[in-house]
Write a protein that binds this ligand. Sequence first.
Ligand SMILES: CC(C)(COP(=O)(O)OP(=O)(O)OC[C@H]1O[C@@H](n2cnc3c(N)ncnc32)[C@H](O)[C@@H]1OP(=O)(O)O)[C@@H](O)C(=O)NCCC(=O)NCCS
Length: 253
Amino acid sequence: MQWLSTTEDAIPEGLGWLSALEASRIDDIRFTKRRTEYLLRRAVGKLAATTVLGLDRSPQTFARVELLNRMSGAPYVLVDGAPAGIDISLSDRAGVAVALVSPPGTLAAGTLGIDLEIVEPRTAGFVRDYLTEPEQRYVAARLESHGSDGWNAAANLLWSAKEAALKVLRVGLRADTRTVEVTIDHAVRPDGWGAMTVVGRDGTVFPGWWRRDGDFVLTIAYRAPSAPPALLPGGADLGGAIPTHSWLTRPTT
Ligand SMILES: CC(C)(COP(=O)(O)OP(=O)(O)OC[C@H]1O[C@@H](n2cnc3c(N)ncnc32)[C@H](O)[C@@H]1OP(=O)(O)O)[C@@H](O)C(=O)NCCC(=O)NCCS
C-alpha cells in the first residue's frame, strides 16, 4: 500500500483535469468549502492513482483517471472508463488531503480506509457519546499522563481510527461509532507509524497504523494485516502542513 498527502495549492487550475462526470458533480455543489474539499480529494486521489498506475500527472491524464463514488459514497477508480484494478481511500481536513492506494491488480474493493483529522478540542460529551467505555478510559488516562493535548490527541485519534475502519466496511458514519473499538500501540517506528487495531462487535479485526504529524493525526485500517504504507513521491509534507480554512473568505460560489 502507498499513501500521499497534498494541500490546496496542488489543485490544478480550471476544471479540465476532471472527467465530465466529476465536473458535473462540481456543478451541484454550492458551498465553497464542499467544492474545495471535493477538488482537493480528486487532486490527491489522481496524484496517487496516476503514480501507482505508472501514468503521467498531466491535466489530460488526470481527466482520464476518474474518482467516482458508489451509492454508499465509497470511491472507486476508472481509467478511460474501465476499472483501474486498484482500491483507493480518500480523506481531507483543514486544507490537507490524503489518499491511500493499493498496488494495481491486487484487489477487491473494500480492502483499505484512511482518515485525516486535526488535533482539536473534544468535549467530555463527545468522548462519552462516540467512544466505548474502554476507549473513554484510554482518553482519560492520556489526560492524566499528557494533559489536555493528551486528551485531545487521543479523542481525535480514536475518532479517526473508527472512520478509517468504517471506510473499509464501506458504511462510513451510517454506523454507530461504538460498534468498533480501537486499541492504540504507542510504540512509534522510525518512519513515524505506530500500530493500532480496530475490532468490530462481531469480532472482525481491522489491523492498521496511525501517525501524528504536527497538528494532524492520520490513521489507516486494512482488511488484512499489512505493513505501513510507503510514501509516494511528489506530495506535501504533512508534518509541515498548516491547517487552513480558505473557504471562510468566500463561503458560497
Ligand atoms: C465516510 C465518511 C465518514 C467520511 O466523512 P468525512 O470525515 O467528513 O470526510 P473525509 O474527507 O474523511 O472522507 C470523504 C471521502 O470518504 C469517502 N467515502 C464516503 N463514503 C464512504 C463510504 N461509505 N465508504 C468508504 N469511503 C467513503 C469518499 O471518497 C469521500 O470523498 P469523495 O466524496 O470526494 O470521494 C462520511 O462521508 C460518511 O459517513 N459517508 C456515508 C454516509 C453518507 O452520508 N453517504 C452519502 C452517500 S453519497
